[in-house]
Design a protein around this ligand. Structure first.
Ligand SMILES: *Cc1c(COP(=O)(O)O)cnc(C)c1O
Length: 234
């Protein structure tokens, strides 16, 4: 069926990330690559692991739960990047390492509760809506401060960054203002770092626009199709 060469794709992607870093004088080692394996089979994930990739992102809770159960490898960090629902957080809280898509204080509260009962700590990123598209999710930029202030006393969630998705554009250059806005919010909200809030990660950039995202300050890119090939659905 598919003859996607995952190890070669990863190699090329690393060159692409290095080139983007070179353009703006950054160190490629500062960019964390999250391989987005949604819709792809376990064997593709295992191929990527063989090439040294250890961070994986999924956007459906049930799918992530299944993959975490089937692929037992404590070196892997699992990232949830899709829409959250309060009543489903329990399915992933016992294993997931990162959640990128927190847009409400009530989700943080539920993550704290579930992570506490599993005696673990989860890294959470607050998703901010930087695009014009409502369906992209994320809190409004002016809601961010209150969310961070509400989260400083958690013991099982590290609120360690921000995440954003740019409007899809044929020319990725068009996404630059949205990435720049998220970087500005990231910088201007450092003053809320206290207790469990410590904004260190800026998760922005996907297959289509990661070069521009890196130039604008991203240190975490979420890349699917450039590694695993095109998807039939999202
Ligand atoms: C699917 C997805 C990605 C990866 O998309 P590609 O264009 O395949 O790189 C990144 N982030 C989120 C939130 C996604 O849902």
């Amino acid at each position: 069926m598919s003859d996607t060469n995952i190890s070669q794709n990863l190699e090329q992607l690393k060159h692409r990330i290095a080139a983007a870093c070179e353009k703006c004088g950054r160190d490629p080692d500062d960019i964390l690559l999250v391989a987005v394996s949604k819709t792809k089979p376990n064997k593709d994930i295992l191929k990527a692991v063989q090439s040294g990739q250890l961070h994986f992102g999924e956007n459906r809770m049930k799918e992530l739960e299944g993959k975490m159960e089937q692929i037992v490898n404590s070196d892997i960090s699992w990232h949830f990047i899709g829409n959250l629902q309060t009543n489903k957080i329990k399915y992933i809280a016992n294993r997931v390492n990162w959640i990128h898509s927190v847009e409400k204080t009530k989700y943080l509260k539920e993550i704290e509760k579930r992570a506490a009962s599993a005696s673990r700590t989860i890294n959470a990123l607050i998703q901010v809506n930087i695009s014009d598209e409502k369906q992209k999710g994320g809190c409004a930029p002016d809601a961010l401060a209150a969310i961070l202030e509400s989260a400083q006393d958690y013991e099982h969630v590290n609120i360690c960054g921000l995440m954003g998705m740019a409007t899809f554009a044929d020319d990725p250059e068009d996404t630059r203002p949205e990435f720049r806005l998220l970087k500005e919010l990231f910088d201007s909200h450092q003053k809320y770092n206290q207790g469990s809030v410590n904004l260190q990660y800026l998760s922005m950039g996907m297959t289509n626009d990661l070069d521009v995202a890196i130039e604008e300050g991203s240190n975490m890119v979420r890349v699917g199709s450039a590694i695993f090939g095109a998807r039939n659905y999202d």
